[in-house]
Design a protein around this ligand. Sequence first.
Ligand SMILES: [Ca+2]
Ligand SMILES: [Ca+2]
Length: 155
Amino acid sequence: MKNSKYFILAWFAILLIFNPCVSFGAILGDYNGDGVVNFKDVIILYAYYLSKPTTDPIAIKAQANEVYKLDVGNVVLIPNDNTDDLNGDGKFDFNDVIFLYTSYQAADTDKFNGPQLNALAKEIYSPIKGEIQNFPGLPISSGSAKIIIGPITPN
Ligand SMILES: [Ca+2]
Ligand SMILES: [Ca+2]
């Protein structure tokens, strides 16, 4: 009986290693999977916007390195037109990139709320469309909220 427990554990470990689709605690906006949403993730989302329609993480990373010389890390959470529709208008476009940038700017301030983020987005990019509906830093699959968003960290 004891052995079967270890077998299950080993099998689970193998599943984790060989199945990149198994992911735990994916955070909206944390595309490089380092546990925070920061400027590197903004660059990755912008690179995704520029390199559409590709969803190839290598191509997105290459595009990111073209627009920004800092290594953004590997793209482990591929941006997605549905989950990254931050203003909830049914499509992913440059406005959603701005909302991610705005969220990064407002992280850890008292401006990290809908009205203030909308005002800040307008300040940063005056033609901004829509209002933020989906907040970066939240777990993607659950509504429970722990804001995990922070400043850029050196490599
Ligand atoms: Ca990140
Ligand atoms: Ca949108």
